[in-house]
Design a protein around this ligand. Structure first.
Ligand code: BES
Ligand code: ZN
Length: 628
């Protein structure tokens, strides 16, 4: 596990500011008209001191060099000088700094601190009295973990290279020098120079290509640094509605467009639930399969894995999820990574509400039941600090917090409040929460204070029943955990019971089952199965040949666990073609449980590793005790 340095004395000396109102110059109607210069909470994962000098805008100018696999250019940072005597402290990692200039162009002194742990070092810039901005001239290195440069063979088209970035949680500092804390919100503009034939896209408004061939972007709403994102490759666009569309490589685009045709309906449902979509366009880019996540909620442009394209819309819950982040996460953001559940728990809750509206309550119920199961299965395997909603991340990389606790327990907490006060009251409350905290980064304590004063104060009965300490600061399962039910999953359980009691697989009633039902089927099977049993299931249901990534992954885990060697080549093939950590982790974990499996895992990993993103290799290196 990566170690992160603890608070130090200097940080304790931070100047605490009384909040002052700062008017943001803006003419655009979607922008907030004023913002409060709030004193920001300490962030153990950042060296920045935004309460002394705060970055408010980034102007990025980068040329992409696919041969050398690096980007080179500059980042101009506009500053708010709160403490005139304070230097500017930025987060950087693995960047080659070429020089720093002040607002009038003069050179500024700087030092790059030691890389004191796996996550960060700092760039300290001495500011002149009248500097309102600084420009950092730099290039990225091959250790830029946010960036994955793909060879043409790793793309669908096979002819052009590809690049994408992944900023969350603390990787933006590996490609842009800035204050890399989710509490610090900035606007940005970018100029990207890319080779002929490649199209760059960003989490921003696309302003097009200038006469000199450079591409221009701008984001006028203040966002946290982890949401700055770039992808570049042979990309084409297909519209789904006036404000929604899909970017993908040409050979993927047609299929992706039809799989994702409900995007507009999802945005409309989300707006009906929690207020206007404030980001203008909502597009999605389907990335090559090495993308380490299912999806990433980069504003205006969700980044997604191609493994959600199952052909039957069965995995589009992920789109509802990333879209929901346009409210929970992008509009109202966790102030530190401890408060991660404010992003993900809210988003899962919101995702389930969107799915209920667009695809009906039963689909949503099935997804809720599967989510709860995930939480209950994973909880006992987690360190105590990761079992509570309010996480203990001191000494940990925030990436370790991506577990079902912030996601599922977080969503269940909100569902519990909904149960207690009733849906209409809870919806009104959530809507106001988003409106009143729009474009702000907030802590768990701020949410709790708001919950108490704006909701629970009016529902004394609910207030007595809700044990907030148990829900937020305790690692156990709350006594009043909601237990969602699904009739369609109950049907599956009945069939599994018949099968385990001796009924042949052929005789089971499975006609018309959905992906969620098959996932339940696989999950409900006994952990220990004979090769004969697995062969029978495979013959009747064709799992090894499934083209649904979720079903396939769940099945392959069962095959590895029970040494069903007929699936061995499929396991290797899957691990070599997909880089999504959610699939890699359980498969490598299961393989590593036996000496023979571990040998196979290492053999496969040696081949596959160069094709995985750093987010995935960090996890799998650990798992297989791999020394790069
Ligand atoms: N924001 C997350 C992905 C993330 C979390 C990246 C933490 C880095 C650090 C994204 O919204 C997400 O939750 N993705 C899930 C989707 C799922 C829950 C529908 C994924 O990638 O599997
Ligand atoms: Zn999410």
């Amino acid at each position: 596990m990566a170690r992160v340095r603890r608070h130090n004395g200097r940080r304790m000396l931070r100047v605490i500011l009384s909040s002052a109102l700062v008017a943001l110059c803006c003419a655009c109607s979607v922008m907030p008209t004023t913002t409060t210069r709030r004193s920001l909470p300490a962030d153990p994962h950042s060296h920045a001191e935004p309460n002394r000098v705060r970055v408010v805008h980034l102007s990025l100018d980068l040329a992409l060099d696919f041969e050398r696999r690096r980007a080179e250019g500059s980042a101009r940072l506009d500053l708010e000088r709160i403490d005139r005597d304070a230097p500017l402290r930025l987060d950087v990692r693995a960047l080659e700094i070429l020089g720093v200039t002040g607002s009038a162009g003069g050179k500024r002194k700087y030092i790059v601190g030691p890389e004191d742990d796996a996550t960060a070092s700092e760039l300290i810039v001495e500011l002149a009295r009248d500097d309102t901005s600084v420009t950092v001239h730099y290039r990225t290195t091959e250790r830029a973990e946010a960036m994955q440069w793909l060879a043409p063979a790793q793309t669908a088209g096979g002819k052009q290279p590809f690049l994408f970035t992944q900023g969350q949680a603390i990787l933006t500092r590996t490609w842009i020098p800035l204050q890399d804390s989710p509490a610090v919100r900035i606007t940005y503009d970018a100029t990207i120079r890319a080779p002929q034939g490649l199209t760059p896209v960003m989490s921003a408004e696309q302003l097009g290509r200038a006469a000199d061939g450079a591409w221009h972007f701008r984001m006028q709403q203040p966002i946290p640094s982890y949401l700055i994102a770039l992808a570049c490759g042979e990309l084409e666009f297909s519209a789904v509605s006036a404000r929604c569309g899909v970017w993908a490589e040409p050979s993927v685009l047609g299929g992706a467009r039809s799989e994702l045709e409900d995007m507009e309906a999802m945005v409309q449902s989300a707006e009906e639930l929690f207020g206007p979509y404030r980001w203008g366009r909502y597009d999605l880019i389907v990335l090559p399969p090495s993308f380490p996540f299912g999806g990433m909620e980069n504003p205006r442009l969700t980044f997604a894995t191609p493994t959600i394209l199952a052909g039957d819309k069965s995995l589009v819950g992920l789109v509802a999820h990333e879209l929901a982040h346009s409210w929970s996460g992008n509009l109202v953001t966790n102030a530190t990574w401890r408060d991660f559940w404010l992003n993900e728990g809210f988003t899962v809750y919101f995702e389930q509400r969107i799915m209920e509206r667009v695809y009906g309550p039963e689909r949503s119920n099935m997804e809720k039941v599967l989510g709860l199961r995930e939480y209950e299965e994973e909880l006992p395997t987690l360190d105590l600090g990761l079992r509570m909603l309010h996480l203990d991340l001191v000494g940990r990389n925030p990436d370790d917090a991506v577990t079902s606790v912030p996601y599922q327990k977080g969503a269940l907490f909100l569902r519990r409040i909904e149960e207690l006060v009733g849906r209409p009251a809870f919806d009104r409350f959530l809507r106001r929460w988003f409106d009143e905290h729009a474009f702000m980064s907030v802590t768990t304590e701020e949410f709790l204070a708001y919950l108490r004063s704006e909701l629970l104060a009016h529902y004394p009965d609910a207030a007595t029943k809700l044990n907030l300490v148990e829900w937020l600061y305790d690692g156990g399962v709350p006594a009043d955990l909601p237990r969602p039910r699904s009739a369609m999953l109950d049907e599956v359980d009945a069939q599994v019971a018949r099968w385990t009691a001796g009924t042949a697989a052929e005789a089971l009633v499975t006609k018309g089952w959905t992906t969620q039902q098959w996932l339940r089927f696989l999950d409900a099977l006994p952990a220990s199965l004979s090769v004969v049993q697995l062969a029978q299931l495979d013959r009747v249901f064709g799992f090894t040949q499934s083209r649904n990534s979720e079903i396939l992954c769940e099945w392959l885990v069962a095959c590895v666990r029970n040494q069903y060697s007929a699936a061995d080549s499929r396991v290797a093939e899957f691990l070599c073609s997909v880089g999504r950590r959610k699939f890699l982790k359980p498969l490598y974990t299961e393989l590593a449980k036996s000496p023979e499996g571990l040998r196979r895992a290492r053999e496969i990993y040696a081949l596959a590793r160069p094709r995985y993103h750093a987010v995935s290799t960090r996890t799998i290196d650990d798992l297989l005790d791999w020394k790069p």
